[in-house]
Ligand binder design. Structure first.
Ligand SMILES: Cc1cc2nc3c(=O)[nH]c(=O)nc-3n(C[C@H](O)[C@H](O)[C@H](O)COP(=O)(O)OP(=O)(O)OC[C@H]3O[C@@H](n4cnc5c(N)ncnc54)[C@H](O)[C@@H]3O)c2cc1C
Ligand code: SF4
Length: 441
């Protein structure tokens, strides 16, 4: 063997092995992406909720930079050497893909040709088409924690700047509705400006972040929080972020009126607004809506639903240890909640759905349900409706053709996953102009 051959073998072999491994890895990733895409298409989960990327296949060179840049797992993938949104409903509009793309092949848009997304019209000062009513955060179309924080602060600055200094007797300066990142930031800004405001939330402090799954890694960017200063998180667990929020609330004596929902708004900027909540009515000069886009969970409307054992989403399956759990619903969130509790094997789990089949859920989740049912780890009640809830039981009506029977089951926890009532109809009712976007920025 000549010296040249020895050198070629010595240096060439690792290179060939490396290239081989690289090609295998890429093939596996392509296959995974195709599987995700097929699964999403089969379950008809092809419409992203809000802001999302549209990739120009002509410009795309399939380098995969956007796939690596996306902080969420398996949302973007490469299929046939082109970037594709393989899990559209899990896209939360980070926009990191657009920034990363070297070809400028990505545009961020709302809605698609087949599904419009309603975005309220707001001025650069965050005022809606109804003078005196402002919108900030995700409700205005701009998702992400950093944007929500920045907008909440800026909206309250605008409100304060335009508010006549002469106060009307008995009136609040502003009501902030929603205590997510945007509402909290606005509340802190209001305190720093000495405004007379209150903040209400139909659930608890923290907004959507409080409902992230346990242990979720939150990807965010540094932001400026009033009274606190620069918040420099980039990656933080949901629990750490929530305890940070709670510390800010405690240390700044922030008062959030929890479990108080906005029900109606009347009046105008001249004579002041009347805000009716689920608890009382308030007179206020301005209103800031920071209610996000998730809407209000749809209720069952049955006797006993107000009991504390009834929840509208599952956050941590571990909390249902030793419980008799009923999950209501037939979408992916219901199936995933029921399966993850049943798989722990330390509680009894029943799922109740009003239709005959789980046709809206992903095949993967339907298979999980079938397996758990066949293993005796879950009871599945199709064509069934909850009719009454007591402290330790639940009554369920089951329909088989013409026949109906009512059963009573032992029960200590109920999770209702029946979708949400979106905020847009309410915005339109109070006169706020809304534009429906079909795949435009
Ligand atoms: C699964 C998931 C993962 C995400 N991951 C990230 C991430 O890693 N990084 C990131 O930056 N962003 C992430 N986001 C997006 C982020 O959570 C939102 O953009 C952000 O919370 C928006 O803040 P907000 O204050 O505008 O609204 P929200 O956080 O949605 O808060 C709205 C508040 O208004 C209340 N409300 C609603 N209606 C009423 C009413 N009628 N009366 C009274 N109160 C009402 C709600 O109870 C809620 O507390 C994620 C979102 C989801 C769903
Ligand atoms: S970064 Fe741009 S060019 Fe590269 S795969 Fe993604 S869309 Fe295509």
């Amino acid at each position: 063997m000549t010296n040249t051959m020895v050198i070629t073998l010595l240096y060439g072999s690792p290179l060939v092995v490396f290239l081989g491994l690289y090609v295998l890895k890429k093939k596996r990733q392509h296959k995974e992406s195709e599987a995700f895409l097929q699964e999403a298409e089969a379950a008809r989960l092809t419409e992203p909720a809000s802001l999302h990327p549209v990739i120009d296949p002509v410009q795309c060179i399939g380098c995969g930079t956007c796939v690596s840049a996306c902080p969420e797992h398996n949302v973007l993938g490469l299929v046939a050497n082109k970037a594709v949104l393989v899990n559209p409903t899990n896209c939360i509009g980070h926009g990191a893909c657009k920034t990363a793309c070297p070809q400028d092949a990505i545009e961020l848009v709302f809605g698609s040709a087949t599904r419009g997304v309603d975005i309220p019209e707001v001025s650069p000062e965050f005022e809606t088409s109804v003078p005196g009513i402002y919108i900030a955060g995700e409700l205005g179309g701009m998702g992400l924690i950093k944007n929500a924080i920045e907008q909440g602060r800026q909206a309250m600055e605008s409100i304060s700047k335009k508010l006549p200094r002469k106060r009307a007797g008995g009136m609040l300066d502003c009501i902030i509705v929603g205590a997510g990142p945007s509402g909290l930031s606005a509340t802190l800004q209001a305190i720093s400006e000495g405004l007379n405001t209150i903040t209400i939330d139909q659930e608890t402090t923290g907004g959507t972040v409080a409902h992230f799954p346990r242990g979720k890694l939150v990807m965010t960017a540094p932001a400026q929080l009033p009274l606190v200063g620069a918040v420099k998180f980039t990656e933080i667990s949901k629990e750490e972020l929530m305890s940070f929020w709670m510390k800010v609330v405690r240390e700044n004596n922030v008062k959030i009126q929890e479990k108080e929902a906005l029900v109606d708004i009347s009046g105008d900027i001249e004579k002041g607004f009347t805000v009716t909540s689920s608890k009382k009515s308030y007179q206020t000069r301005r209103i800031l809506l920071t209610i996000g886009r998730r809407g209000t969970p749809r209720k069952l409307g049955v006797e006993g639903e107000e009991k504390s054992k009834v929840a509208y989403r599952m956050i941590d399956p571990e909390q249902y240890k030793n419980d008799h759990v009923l999950v209501v619903g037939g979408g992916d969130s219901a199936l995933e909640a029921a399966c993850s509790i049943a798989e722990l094997g330390n509680s009894t789990v029943t799922i109740s759905y009003r239709s005959e089949a789980f046709s809206r859920a992903k095949p993967k989740n339907r298979a999980r349900i079938e397996r758990l049912e066949s293993e005796g780890k879950m009871t599945v009640l199709m064509s069934s409706n909850v009719t009454r809830i007591t402290d330790d039981t639940v009554e369920i009506k089951i329909t088989h053709g013409e026949k109906e029977k009512v059963i009573e089951r032992k029960n200590t926890a109920i999770i209702v996953c029946a979708g949400g009532i979106l905020p847009t109809p309410f915005l339109k009712k109070i006169g706020i102009e809304v534009t429906t976007k079909y795949g435009t920025a």
